[in-house]
Design a protein around this ligand. Structure first.
Ligand code: FAD
Length: 320
């Protein structure tokens, strides 16, 4: 039997805030409680993010086996109606394991859900076929675990009061692995979540040095750089990729530069207010998605564009 509680977890704070925002909006309408899970010794910063209760489990957040055990312990304690887990690499790895431990219902890549306050049953919409379709699932009353990617929900305002912190016993010797080394990828510091303009770099940009030109354009318009996955994973230029497995953005303008427009990438940028694309290939799928298309070589077009912007003193409304 589940209780009238939303439980929320992500190791990524910005995503946790988005999931908490949605949980709080729905909890306010239903008269439910919102609980979150914080891993590690010091979870004081998480207590300020909007949960009523924060379950603290002191485990290594890099070990998926221990994280699974910690989340299962929190679920056993909270008996949530809905347990939202951030669809990060870690979240997607542990969520099905927690489902297996708890016997909960499960759906991945949720874009929306609603709980029937009367029956306690949940209806969830989830992305299918890398975002080209949507499936709607009706769950019986009981705990449902849903994963949601960054950008699926909006963060809410600060709660105004700190959560009650409840320490749960760390799962004893639940892991068969020892992590020898953990190397976080250096971040470029780009704030894609709040950027009004994102300059989206694709493989049409040939060399790493050419990023300087793209960065100069972003600086001129007070924008941030994002990229396609091969730029981040194959070329290792910078880590902020957009798409199915990357960030989902909603800026005023997304300016794609040498991006072909594969569906896995489009999933990350399609909520932009405007998309403008620069590409040399008339048949590139990005042109079917963009509001404005420029059929041009980026190496010719970008210098000319920047020259015009400077000459005309173009200044987007969001610049201070
Ligand atoms: C399971 C799975 C998940 C994936 N998840 C993601 C994801 O989250 N995000 C993501 O981005 N990808 C993802 N991918 C990869 C995706 O399918 C594409 O391979 C990738 O997005 C292509 O990146 P791109 O557009 O930069 O490169 P390309 O497809 O190589 O396109 C480069 C484009 O640049 C143009 N171009 C070349 N030279 C110039 C020039 N001088 N001026 C202007 N234009 C030029 C070309 O015409 C071409 O259209 C995923 C794939 C799989 C299988």
């Amino acid at each position: 039997m589940s209780s009238n509680t939303f439980l929320v977890f992500s190791e990524k704070t910005s995503l946790l805030q988005e999931l908490l925002g949605e949980a709080r909006r729905q909890a306010a309408a239903l008269g439910w409680k919102v609980a979150a899970v914080g891993l590690g010794k010091d979870v004081s910063a998480l207590a300020e993010l909007g949960a009523d209760v924060l379950y603290q489990v002191d485990v290594d957040a890099h070990n998926p086996e221990l994280v699974t055990a910690a989340l299962a312990a929190a679920a056993a304690q909270a008996q949530p109606g809905v347990f939202l887990i951030g669809a990060t690499k870690l979240g997607m790895e542990v969520a099905p394991r927690v489902v297996e431990r708890t016997g909960a219902g499960y759906a991945a890549w949720t874009t929306g859900f609603k709980v029937d306050g009367g029956t306690g049953s949940t209806i969830a919409q989830c992305m299918l076929y890398t975002g080209t379709g949507v499936a709607t699932y009706h769950f019986k009353p009981g705990t449902v675990i849903l994963t949601a990617a960054p950008g699926a929900f909006e963060a809410g305002p600060a709660a105004g009061k700190a959560a009650e912190v409840v320490a749960l016993a760390a799962p004893a010797a639940a892991s068969s692995m020892t992590i020898l080394e953990y190397k976080p990828k250096p971040s470029s510091g780009a704030r894609l979540d709040i950027a009004r303009l994102v300059v989206d770099v694709g493989q049409g940009v040939k060399q790493r040095e050419d990023l300087q030109m793209v960065q100069a354009l972003a600086d001129l318009l007070d924008g941030q750089l994002g990229c396609s996955r091969p730029i981040a994973s194959d070329r290792d230029w910078f880590p902020e990729w957009l798409g199915l497995s990357g960030a989902k953005i909603k800026p005023d303008l997304c300016l794609t530069i040498g991006v072909s427009g594969a569906i896995q990438h489009i999933v990350g940028i399609r909520d932009s207010h405007l998309i403008a694309a620069i590409n040399t290939d008339e048949g590139a799928p990005i042109f079917t998605q963009a509001d404005y298309g420029v059929l041009a070589d980026l190496y010719v077009f970008l210098p000319a564009l920047m020259e015009r912007i400077k000459a005309r003193g173009v200044r987007p409304s969001w610049m201070p």
